[in-house]
Design a protein. Sequence first.
Length: 149
Amino acid sequence: MKNAVINKKNAKVFKNSQRCIAYEYSHDDKDINIADVEIKNPNRSRAAGYSLSLELVAKAAAEQRGINPVRAIKGRYPDFGTAMNKEVKEIIFVTKGSGKLVIDKKIYRIKEGTTALLLPQQEYYFKGNLNIIASCSPAWTAQQHKRTP
């Protein structure tokens, strides 16, 4: 079995926007993957966010995958509009913080200990100051992920 256990220091870092950074734990399995995702509120102090060096690493990783960071809008992902997985089911688990998750225009309050299932073709966005664990099946790829205005 490839990559049975992966520590955070071995995770791939992706910066999805100025306030959203993901640590992908790739098990080299096309059917499922998992990521630790941080969504930061821009009204918090710099100390509450991630370090500048991590931002630079994340930017480089994002550029290698063809992901262009977009401007931040108050702890929201995506920064504007909605996101959608065309083919992937995604289950999220909130590990820290609170906020809201909007799925197909329905608002859900989420906080530490909350889980949610995002089905293919559902439009969604997150808003708040929270960390989530996201697991996807089949494995998430940028090619099947879409953002809408």
